[in-house]
Design a protein around this ligand. Structure first.
Ligand code: UP5
Ligand code: MG
Length: 187
């Protein structure tokens, strides 16, 4: 399929770091299609899939859903999109995610955006939004932070060691963050 030769940018950062916000900004200026792995998983729960209950309980605990499920959803979304440039937001979250994606999709990211932001600011942002997400409560937020530090930070270091990491200070106002992000796509 056409998407196998696609350009992929992974968008990583702690919970509430602005991945979704900045991807929404990017698609207005550049010809990328945005997929949030978390959004795809939440849609899978709503669709009545056989894995729905399992996915739901894992998200409620801030745990990382098995790679096979997430990678399948991402590949299906890419295939159906008709585009060949993708922002993949919130994935890969651990080494297993990264390896399964590489093996199944056979795509290496062009680069990896990392939205760096202190935990207290992330907590403020998540607690002050009201989107009805089941994982937006203080207990689950703490678990999401812990999983981010233990499982996702090593992935970020991996891409840094490969020279693929583009680190952005995400603690600034959204417009300023976007100015820094835009530059990376303009070149
Ligand atoms: N906001 C944004 N930018 C701001 C700024 N610069 N200044 C001030 N406020 C800012 O933003 C969060 C909030 O902050 C919003 O109210 C926004 O207006 C404001 P948002 O853009 O939504 O941040 P984002 O990083 O997208 O936050 P999100 O909560 O979506 O991140 P998570 O990584 O926690 O959530 P995700 O949906 O990716 O994953 C949820 C769960 O799904 C995971 O915990 C896991 O259980 C599961 N999952 C997997 O298992 N595998 C996957 O591959 C992906 C997810
Ligand atoms: Mg998001």
């Amino acid at each position: 399929p056409r998407w196998k030769k696609s350009t992929v940018v992974f968008v990583l950062g702690g919970p509430g770091s602005g991945k979704g916000t900045q991807c929404a900004n990017l698609v207005k200026h550049f010809s990328y299609t945005h997929f949030s792995a978390g959004d795809l998983l939440r849609a899978e729960i709503k669709s009545g899939s056989q894995f729905g209950a399992m996915i739901q309980s894992m998200i409620a605990e801030g745990r990382i859903v098995p790679s096979e499920i997430t990678v399948k959803l991402l590949c299906k979304a890419m295939e159906e999109s008709g585009n060949d440039k993708f922002l993949i937001d919130g994935f890969p979250r651990n080494e297993e995610n990264r390896i399964v994606f590489e093996n199944v999709a056979k795509i290496e990211p062009a680069f990896v955006l990392f939205f760096d932001c202190p935990e207290d600011e992330l907590e403020r942002r998540i607690m002050s939004r009201n989107q009805g997400r089941e994982d937006d409560n203080i207990e689950t937020i703490k678990k999401r932070f812990k999983v981010f530090v233990e499982s996702t930070l090593p992935i970020i270091s991996y891409y840094e060691s490969k020279g693929k990491l583009r680190k952005i200070n995400a603690a600034k106002p959204s417009e300023e963050v976007f100015e820094a992000v835009k530059v990376l796509f303009a070149s």
